[in-house]
Design a protein around this ligand. Structure first.
Ligand SMILES: Cc1cc2nc3c(=O)[nH]c(=O)nc-3n(C[C@H](O)[C@H](O)[C@H](O)COP(=O)(O)OP(=O)(O)OC[C@H]3O[C@@H](n4cnc5c(N)ncnc54)[C@H](O)[C@@H]3O)c2cc1C
Length: 377
């Protein structure tokens, strides 16, 4: 066993941490309050190579491994979840399907802009009537005169409607018992995108409802083999879970850091509240759980990087870090007392941003279903 990072991983952690502290932290509260998409930060992250880390360099990406990518997402989330999910959804959900299933021609067409961060991509799986049961997709695509004609709708789709979004990969029913993936470019005729949805957290992240009415897409935009869409999206979700799990660790670490700092400063009964054993035990539990969660995430990432099966560990990491971040955000706010309930204290934003980590990319219940299946149940 070797728990040490390579120099490369250390460098990723330091670079992303510095960026998060120096560039994201000063504007995070304002972006959240105004529900404003962080275009300037995305442009800076594109310059720094954060927008396509695990995509090979030949397609304009960073050629990094999954562990480096997970560390980057963890460090961003430590400071702000909206910025982190913008990167994670773009990379794991938006860009990855094109890299994994695209033909060489499709990769050359889309990846250079996406992996460099000049453009963003989205993944449209969820529908109003098909959430956890994502295979119940109702959106249909029919082949007519050398085109796909799409009818249906999607909901809660991250990054779909920004000014720099290039496309969304959607799942659609292309036959009776057949689901396929299609790349729909923004601006395609018949493709409409709602206004940004109002949310409890992730307020600076872009979340939209999509509707397709006789939407025409070139025949060549089918992604991967026809009828393999269900298998493909399950694989995409397996990988995506590692980055959402990294968000859980990062959010918990950020909340812990805030609580630790506050506990040392805040005085009651004539001493810092960190002198009280009740507060010390809370912080001790938080630090212990974060360490355990981080180990699960890094192990899942490491397995993926070894080319070994990782779906079970990714689901475990996602489930555990989702629930641990809930506990840690709750305790961190409790340690802040009434101040933690005020918008000007960052811990209140982290508390709101936490909940979705137990819902997106498969709810806690869905993770338990996936894990149970891997246990042979
Ligand atoms: C901010 C945000 C961003 C998102 N981004 C994207 C995106 O980019 N792309 C995308 O495709 N989707 C996205 N989603 C959708 C997200 O993945 C779904 O919300 C999630 O999968 C749950 O689906 P649902 O909301 O329809 O809940 P439902 O599936 O209706 O679940 C409701 C409740 O029932 C439980 N439940 C359902 N089935 C079972 C069962 N068999 N056993 C036990 N309990 C069950 C669930 O766990 C949950 O507690 C996003 C959602 C949000 C809120």
């Amino acid at each position: 066993m070797d728990f040490d990072f390579t120099e490369e991983h250390e460098l990723v952690r330091r670079t992303v941490r510095d960026f998060a502290v120096e560039r994201v932290a000063p504007v995070a509260e304002e972006l959240d309050r105004e529900g404003r998409f962080p275009y300037e930060l995305v442009a800076e992250m594109a310059e720094l190579g954060f927008m396509g880390m695990p995509i090979p360099e030949e397609y304009g990406g960073g050629g990094a491994d999954t562990l480096a990518y997970a560390v980057a997402i963890e460090e961003l989330t430590r400071i702000d979840s909206s910025v982190a999910i913008t990167v994670a959804a773009h990379t794991s959900l938006g860009t990855m399907p094109i890299f994994l299933y695209g033909t060489e021609e499709q990769k050359r067409e889309w990846l250079p802009d996406l992996a460099s961060g000049r453009k963003l991509a989205a993944f449209g799986l969820t529908e109003p009537q098909a959430g956890s049961d994502a295979g119940a997709t109702r959106t249909k695509a029919e082949r007519r005169d050398g085109r796909w004609v799409v009818d249906g709708s999607k909901i809660f789709i991250t990054n779909a409607g920004t000014d720099i979004t290039a496309c969304v990969t959607i799942t659609a029913r292309t036959g009776e018992d057949e689901i396929s993936n299609l790349v729909v470019p923004n601006g395609a005729p018949g493709y409409r995108i709602s206004k940004p949805m109002k949310k409890l957290g992730w307020r600076a992240s872009d979340t939209r409802e999509l509707s397709f009415e006789g939407c025409e897409v070139p025949e060549g935009n089918l992604l991967g083999e026809r009828g393999r869409g269900y298998q493909q999206f399950l694989e995409i979700l397996d990988g995506g879970r590692i980055s959402v799990a990294a968000m859980g660790v990062g959010l918990a670490q950020g909340a812990y850091d805030l609580a630790y700092g506050y506990a040392k400063e805040r005085e009651q009964f004539g001493k810092p509240i960190s002198a009280f054993q009740a507060i010390q035990f809370r912080l001790a539990d938080m630090a212990t759980e974060i360490e355990a969660g981080r180990a699960l995430v890094y192990k899942a990432a490491w397995l993926k990087d070894q080319g070994r099966p990782f779906a079970r560990e990714a689901a475990m990491a996602k489930l555990y870090t989702g629930e641990l971040s809930n506990r840690v955000a709750n305790w961190a706010l409790q340690i802040h007392g009434g101040y933690g309930y005020m918008d000007e204290y960052a811990v209140s934003r982290l508390y709101r941003d936490q909940k979705i980590l137990e819902i997106g990319e498969g709810t806690n219940e869905v993770q338990r279903m996936v894990i149970a299946r891997h246990l042979g149940l």
